[in-house]
Design a protein around this ligand. Structure first.
Ligand code: THU
Length: 137
């Protein structure tokens, strides 16, 4: 499978996940899809809670699915949400992605009609703190 096919599959996976989100409070459904180093795609959605701070983001769900499946590295991640504005990952999720992704990892921002913008992780989380900071000499 070519890289372009991989990218389109990732976008399609994020869009397919989006309507599965549990977002009764914000009504803002988000889907996320991660391509790992084996070529496997892992998806997640936001899951809100009546105790609002207990809600979780789509990216967090996709990362948990990747870890559970044995994936080690995020090669690309697609995030899909509706509306005119770009559904970019929240600050906390940028840091969550940082744990498993090199700085040049593409973050594909999608709307209902597909890809709207592409950033690298370094674009969205410059001068970041990551696992390398804690590696022993
Ligand atoms: N949300 C995500 O799942 N991912 C993002 O990148 C941005 C925001 C969710 C959290 C909450 O359930 C809803 O969108 C509104 O903030």
């Amino acid at each position: 499978m070519s890289k372009n096919d991989n990218t389109q599959n990732l976008i399609d996976a994020a869009l397919a996940a989006m309507p599965m989100a549990y977002a009764p409070y914000s009504k803002f459904q988000v889907g996320a899809a991660i391509l790992d180093e084996t070529g496997t795609i892992h998806t997640g959605v936001n899951v809100e809670n009546a105790a609002y701070p207990q809600g979780s983001c789509a990216e967090a769900g996709a990362i948990a699915a990747m870890v559970m499946a044995g994936g080690k590295t995020i090669q690309a991640i697609a995030v899909a949400g509706r509306g005119d504005l770009l559904c970019t990952p929240c600050g906390g999720c940028r840091q969550r992605i940082r744990e498993f992704a090199p700085l040049d990892t593409p973050i594909l921002i999608c709307g209902e009609d597909g890809l709207k913008a592409t950033f690298t992780l370094d674009d969205l989380l410059p001068e970041s703190f990551g696992p390398d900071h804690l590696t022993k000499e």
